[in-house]
Design a binder for this molecule. Structure first.
Ligand code: HEM
Length: 151
């Protein structure tokens, strides 16, 4: 029981930090930030990447050690929808992540980073789509936990 509770706790903690990092990134984002903001954005994006991994690992662990058995989830369309949307989220993170990785190098050389207008629009759009997906995921999670859409 302690293992099941710990996994659930870590899954929730991961989700909370993930949401906080994504909202912070959205609020901080600017195509031409000052040095301080640029450093914060690079850090926040890194934290977001780590939380994506934590949520994935704890989610997979809950599939196998949650007490219901992995088949319970494999037969559930809400689980598949949730997992697919999560992967979309992780893929959408890659574009901003690469841009911020480039910023890291610029910052090391003491310069202020900047994005072209088109790049900035794409980064913002990807952050917003991820926020939108984040609204849907807890509903799908509640459905899958209760066997809604099970075959
Ligand atoms: C940001 C992404 C995610 C969010 C917001 C999220 C949200 C949640 C929530 C709210 C619950 C509790 C559901 C309830 O008890 O009513 C939950 C449980 C669970 N999640 Fe996630 N989750 C995410 C990612 C994942 C991923 C990637 C996986 C698997 C690969 C996963 C697997 C699970 C499992 C197995 C449970 C236990 C369900 C049960 O009690 O039967 N989650 N998730």
């Amino acid at each position: 029981m302690a293992g099941v509770l710990t996994l659930a706790w870590l899954h929730y903690l991961g989700i909370m930090f993930l949401a906080a990092a994504l909202v912070a990134e959205h609020l901080l984002f600017s195509p031409r930030p000052d040095l301080k903001t640029a450093r914060k954005l690079v850090t926040v994006d890194l934290i977001y990447g780590v939380t994506l991994a934590v949520v994935l690992v704890t989610g997979i662990a809950r599939l196998f050690h949650g007490g219901k058995g992995v088949l319970f989830y494999m037969q559930n369309a809400a689980y598949h929808a949730k997992f697919t949307l999560f992967i979309v989220m992780a893929l959408l993170w890659l574009y901003p992540a690469f841009k911020f990785l480039g910023w890291r190098r610029t910052l090391k050389s003491g310069q202020t980073p900047a994005l072209a207008d088109g790049e900035a629009r794409r980064v913002l759009m990807m952050i917003r789509v991820q926020l939108l997906i984040l609204v849907v995921l807890p509903l799908l999670a509640a459905m899958m936990a209760r066997g809604v859409w099970s075959t």
